[in-house]
Write a protein that binds this ligand. Sequence first.
Ligand SMILES: C[S@@+](CC[C@H](N)C(=O)[O-])C[C@H]1O[C@@H](n2cnc3c(N)ncnc32)[C@H](O)[C@@H]1O
Length: 160
Amino acid sequence: MIQKMIKLRPKIALYEPDIPQNTAAIIRICSCLGADLEIIEPCGFLFSDKRFKRVAMDYFDKNMIKFYQSYNKFFESKKNHRVILMTTKASVSYATFNFKADDTILFGRESAGVPKQVHNLVNNKLKIPMMNNKRSLNIASSVAIILAENLKQNKFVNHG
Ligand SMILES: C[S@@+](CC[C@H](N)C(=O)[O-])C[C@H]1O[C@@H](n2cnc3c(N)ncnc32)[C@H](O)[C@@H]1O
């Protein structure tokens, strides 16, 4: 039973990320807080990029990331898993949502979010409420907020 609980980790999925420093900051967040990272390609930068390396430091190991060649492949693999889309266009606040320990939480591309086809494939869409007339949070900040909420609700079972 304890072993089963240890395997249940949230998954942070990034749709075609395009800013190396953001992905690097998210790698560090996932590594420190205990989440798996998934990337839907194409990725808008190379992992050898100096800007990426400077932020990722020794938190980066390519084996820690699961890559999907397309969003179709990503959703095929999620038939038995709940996917939650984080989007400023949602009407439901994350603060009212019951997270599961193994949810996959999908974040959009920095420049454009996710396309309509991806929106249409997800039932659970959440927002982080913001002050009026603000466009969006930085993606790494929004990952930290949502991951912390998921782990808090699931009692930080794997943490020291
Ligand atoms: C910089 S934002 C993208 C902005 C983009 N122009 C758009 O319209 O979606 C990058 C990603 O961070 C997440 N995000 C940022 N602020 C958010 C918020 N207030 N609520 C939910 N998700 C948010 C979303 O997943 C978003 O796609």
